[in-house]
Design a protein around this ligand. Sequence first.
Ligand code: GDP
Ligand code: MN
Length: 393
Amino acid sequence: MKIHEYQAKEILERYGVRIQRGTVVENGPEVAQQVADAFDHWGGTAVVVKAQIHAGGRGKGGGVKFVTSKEAAIEAAQNMLGMTLVTHQTGPGGQLVRKIMVCEALDLAREIYVGIALDRQLGCPVLMVSAEGGVEIETIAEERPEALLKLPIDPLLGLQAHQARRAAFFLDLEGAQIKQAVAFLSSLAKAFLELDCEIAEINPLVVTDQGDIVALDAKINLDSNALFRHPTEAAMRDENEEDPKEVDASRFGLNYIALDGQIGCMVNGAGLAMATMDTIKVHGGSPANFLDVGGGATEEAITEALRIIFSDDQVRGILINIFGGIMKCDIIAKGVIGAARTIGIDRPLVVRLEGTNVEEGRRLLRESGLDITPATSLDEGARLICDAVAALA
Ligand code: GDP
Ligand code: MN
């Protein structure tokens, strides 16, 4: 689960990490007054107005403005709130700005990169630091890997003091900053491990003109499967920032991820869902989503799943691929028929059913009078739907 910068900063502050502080302002009639108050509160000479959306690269997209008067701060805030901010991480559609953060302005002597992420090859979290902050880490890793130091973190022991010192030396920090950096990195690692984070990235971490080490930006992604252990962080979820189809799906316990292809998929089992997406690719199509309806989906959940798939305008055809083990084929068939009757089938639909109660399931579909193309294997199903969609073009 992603959270906003201001929420990530709240968490880090709790862990004793020094952050660039700020005031959150939501869209509404009070904006001008709230921004004016925040301007005074943070020193009365300059502030940074920052759009709060679940995507990075805001600076380049016009979502971060350094202003030196109250009037300019209010103007920047009013322009930003309600705007659709497009960055390289939002996709071309952009993201609506509903909240901003009016931050204390800092004088930056240096910008540094610090991040902790799960390394799937090493099977543990890895601390990454680079003296080249503000730049995207993927670019540094690719073009100048020697500018990036990676240190694996033992999940039981946490980041060791000698590792934090090594990182500080690698960043060419000196004197009192080394001690500050060690404390900063240790707290960041502690937060990462205790809160089951997937990513905790500070880009940039800055050294101010006064010599302080401050997190100017903060990005934290939490492991959704571990949120039950962290109610405070779970409450930080902002459904406005998520794909509405995914929000709907999660209400019905459906494991759904929106993609940008044309063929909607409804499958039971994550492995079979992946195989279905691969097979669609093999036949020249592209999946519009990942959807695992699970082993025990009800007729209602099946109906909902189809409604979500059909609500996606990019979907030009649908493949249902069910191997009924725990899930029974007749339940699937009833769900499909129910959904088809209520929402109407206006696009090609191929159904491959196999397993428990398959004969009953096929009979229900056949006798439903609905325009459904049956398939007997995954390969045939994928080929049929790809051909049908290609024929539409
Ligand atoms: P992002 O573009 O979404 O990653 O947003 P950031 O929070 O990282 O801000 C983008 C850039 O704005 C930073 O890399 C800084 O260069 C600049 N910036 C943000 N706050 C300040 C500030 O207080 N002082 C100065 N001088 N620059 C700032
Ligand atoms: Mn940033």
